[in-house]
Design a protein around this ligand. Structure first.
Ligand code: SAM
Length: 294
């Protein structure tokens, strides 16, 4: 950490120091997380959810499972199970009334709030090392099942293998590049060759995306970029963070005009599918049209 307020050291050569918001994940409820991310207009889960809905239309029958890697407080469960938009969550907790409530009262209110929305026909499994965010997700109905295993260090539990092997759609939003590709690698290895789940990822442009492509290639997957244009991830947390990220992108040969003009970090949305299934070209334009730009 240095003086630019919670700057995390890069955890791998594929990363750049960015503002460390990880202290938010251990709260008993989602308020601090959404208040902080709301101030930065966090968008990535929106893109991931749009693509997940498109995937349901293409490959899913029945009531599919979704596995949300690094699910945090269940932003993707809210969107995919209950149709509650990310923007609604970012504003929901931004009131004096919410700030003054006890964690228990917020959880009870959220249980009621989500249960009043019609539920979509799918199941949500959450994987996260933050036990408190998983408990929040289970209690509020944003998760059906939760796993607190750190798959960078521990084997994939049997119950989770069964879900992945059932053809679950694996998604991640906002999980750092030194974690998500390695966890997905462990999941695909554990799923085995008979089960080939599709995977949605959204790494920010300042990261080295080849970490992902290496993992997918190893498992016989093809990784396709869904939107030709970069998509907004969140606003820069500070001018210093902006300088660091833009410098990194320029060193990587990335045109960073959008970042400079809008003050947003941008991300790239990918769908990874087994090579045999990905060899037929698909029309991503309905997803791309639905994606929101700043
Ligand atoms: C930036 S948050 C993203 C949360 C959520 N996906 C979102 O878009 O709001 C990153 C999440 O990754 C989780 N995480 C960190 N290490 C992990 C690991 N080894 N396995 C799974 N999740 C992990 C953190 O606890 C945190 O909830």
């Amino acid at each position: 950490m240095n003086d630019d307020n919670h700057i995390s050291d890069p955890k791998s050569p594929d990363d750049v120091p960015i503002s460390d918001l990880s202290y938010l994940y251990d709260e008993p409820d989602s308020r601090a997380y959404y208040q902080s991310l709301g101030a930065l207009d966090y968008r990535t889960p929106e893109h991931v959810q749009q693509l997940a809905r498109w995937c349901f239309g293409h490959f899913c029958g029945g009531e599919p499972w979704i596995l949300d890697v690094g699910c945090g407080f269940g932003v993707n469960g809210a969107g995919l199970l209950y149709g509650v938009a990310v923007q609604d969550l970012l504003t929901r907790y931004d009131s004096d009334h919410m700030r003054q409530m006890s964690p228990e009262s917020v959880i009870e209110l959220d249980m009621q709030y989500f249960s009043e929305h019609p539920r979509q026909p799918c199941h949500m499994a959450g994987l996260d090392v933050s036990r408190s965010s998983l408990d929040y997700g289970l209690r509020t109905g944003l998760l059906d099942v939760a796993f607190d295993d750190n798959l960078m260090q521990a084997p994939v539990p049997d119950d989770l293998i069964r879900i992945v092997a059932s053809g679950a759609l694996i998604i991640e939003s906002g999980v750092p590049i030194f974690i998500a590709p390695h966890v997905i690698d462990a999941l695909l290895a554990a799923a085995g060759s008979d089960s080939r789940p599709w995977v949605i990822t959204a790494p920010p442009r300042y990261t080295n995306v080849s970490v992902y492509s290496d993992v997918f290639e190893k498992h016989g997957y093809v990784m396709e970029q869904v939107s030709p244009d970069p998509l907004p991830h969140r606003q820069f947390h500070s001018p210093e963070e902006a300088d660091r990220i833009i410098d990194q992108q320029i060193a990587m040969g990335i045109d960073s005009t959008a970042e400079k003009q809008t003050g947003y970090i941008y991300t790239t949305l990918f769908l990874a599918r087994p090579a045999g299934e990905a060899n037929k070209p698909v029309d991503f334009s309905p997803v791309v049209r639905a994606l929101v730009h700043p």
